[in-house]
Design a binder for this molecule. Structure first.
Ligand code: NAI
Length: 245
């Protein structure tokens, strides 16, 4: 893909799953990847993997729900590279339960990590994002349409659509684009935690009749960061095997 060689791209939640796959794909495209995660050991191991393939990556300890953590992470990145070219707000968690059983803590934590975390990241990183060419990708979900047992998560993931569209409007004047990727079920540790018999029940609702591999989500994220997507902003790209048709 065009325009990623040498670019500085920050990926949150990159210690595993979709974030890790995105970091690896960005490395293949020649980018310098900042692997940002609250799981520093996991982030270090992704950095070693990239370094082992001759690439350049940098691990930062980041709790996306904390402004202080964002400020110190972005400070370290800017001290190393001087600027940021791209930001992928990928870190996410679930705490599922039906409406009447959901606790305040489960509501607040999921909104805090998935939605406020992305907003905070944009607020702290955008002043350092390169004008004319900077790009943001937020990870929404098919659950943005509503999902049983996920009032917190689906509110966060549809909130990210509003955030993305607003970013696109406000940042266009600086030549910065903002888009969202909305994956369907993707085989990562988040989904591997769901019992297999429950996952089997989801398959008939997916026209391609299989879950996504994380690399298939990563390629869409990387496309939206690249110059091949230079006229795309404010969009939500569903990568879901046709499940929302
Ligand atoms: P995962 O659970 O495999 O990995 C999430 C990563 O985020 C982990 O490395 C974790 O340490 C990190 N993380 C969690 N809280 C954090 C925090 N406060 N600060 C920094 N890092 C934190 O998740 P997966 O499946 O790779 O998901 C990535 C994104 O894609 C999430 O936003 C998720 O909601 C979204 N998504 C995933 C789908 C799936 O089927 N796997 C479907 C739709 C959306």
């Amino acid at each position: 893909m065009r325009g990623l060689n040498g670019k500085i791209i920050v990926v949150t939640g990159a210690a595993q799953g979709i974030g890790r796959a995105t970091a690896l794909r960005l490395h293949e495209e020649g980018a310098k990847v900042v692997v940002a995660d609250r799981n520093k050991a996991g982030a270090d191991s992704v950095v070693s993997e990239i370094a082992g393939q001759g690439g350049e990556a940098f691990a930062v300890d980041l709790d996306v729900g904390s402004r202080q953590s964002w400020e110190s992470a972005v400070g370290a990145i800017v001290a190393t590279y001087g600027h940021i070219d791209g930001l992928v707000n990928n870190a996410g968690i679930t705490r599922d339960s039906s409406l009447l059983k959901m606790t305040d803590e489960d509501w607040e934590l999921v909104i805090d990590v998935n939605l406020r975390g992305a907003w905070l990241g944009c607020q702290v990183a955008v002043p350092h994002l390169k004008e004319k060419g900077g790009a943001i990708v937020n990870l929404s979900s098919e659950s943005r349409w509503g999902a049983f047992g996920q009032s917190n998560y689906s509110a966060a993931k549809s909130g990210l659509v509003g955030l993305t569209r607003t970013l696109a409007l406000e940042l266009a004047r600086y030549g910065i684009r903002a888009n969202a990727v909305a994956p369907g079920t993707t085989m990562t540790p988040m989904i591997e935690a769901v019992p297999e018999n429950v996952r089997k029940d989801w398959l008939p609702g997916i026209p391609l009749r299989r879950e996504a591999d994380p690399s298939e989500i990563a390629s869409s994220i990387v496309f939206l960061l690249s110059d091949d997507a230079s006229y795309i902003t404010g969009q939500v790209l569903g990568v879901n095997g046709g499940s929302a048709l």
